[in-house]
Design a protein. Structure first.
Length: 217
């Protein structure tokens, strides 16, 4: 039943919104930086920080590694919590340099399960950030669970709101083949729905999903 519901939701959202072309970024490293910076802020702020890094040609592992903490923190200031996020970026850089000689290409060759374990050991990288890096930067078939996903699925009675990250993720993994492109598009569509309709105070009457199941708001 849940598998059918998830497939129906995807079909409705894709018809309504079309392809989302997410995650924006010119390189796997840029996407990874964006995934770390977007913690606890909105994407428009991340874009400003990314622009600052590009302006000084620091959006690659080698160049960013040469920046002092103060320089990096100043560049990413628009993303908020800039000292904390500078430390998190530094932790990721240390990991990337130590384990993969600074190469996202080498990193991409490793199995997703191994990579996920490694990423979760990096300071400041939790499940959502790790899975965003795996899916969007490294093209691994891992579904990203965020607050929007939990809100939408729980309101439609598909899963309890207090179910944990792994339970939500397993629901998607069990319902679809390991389809990286679908996972990418589906998560992006969920984010779009969450931002436009399924807000803390939802716009249920105009929501594209208002006819598929009872709501639990």
């Amino acid at each position: 039943m849940h598998k059918k519901s998830l497939k129906k939701i995807y079909a409705i959202l894709h018809k309504k919104f079309g392809p989302q072309h997410w995650w924006p970024g010119d390189t796997p490293f840029e996407i990874t930086v964006g995934a770390i910076l977007t913690q606890n802020t909105n994407w428009s702020n991340v874009e400003k920080a990314i622009f600052n890094l590009k302006k000084v040609k620091a959006l690659n592992a080698a160049a960013m590694s040469r920046l002092a903490h103060e320089q990096l923190a100043a560049l990413i200031r628009p993303a908020g919590y800039f000292n904390v996020k500078a430390k998190r970026l530094r932790s990721f850089l240390d990991f990337l340099n130590d384990e993969y000689s600074g190469s996202m290409t080498k990193m991409k060759k490793i199995d997703a399960v191994v990579l996920r374990y490694q990423l979760l050991s990096v300071n400041g990288i939790g499940p959502e950030t790790a899975d965003s890096i795996l899916l969007y930067a490294l093209d691994k078939p891992v579904f990203v669970i965020d607050a929007y996903t939990k809100r939408i699925l729980s309101r439609h009675g598909i899963m309890e709101a207090d179910a944990d990250y792994h339970q939500y993720q397993q629901l998607f993994h069990d319902s679809f083949d390991n389809d990286t492109a679908l996972f990418n598009e589906y998560h992006a569509l969920i984010v779009r729905l969450g931002k436009d309709f399924c807000k803390p105070r939802p716009l249920c009457s105009s929501c594209p999903l208002n006819s598929i199941s009872p709501l639990y708001v």
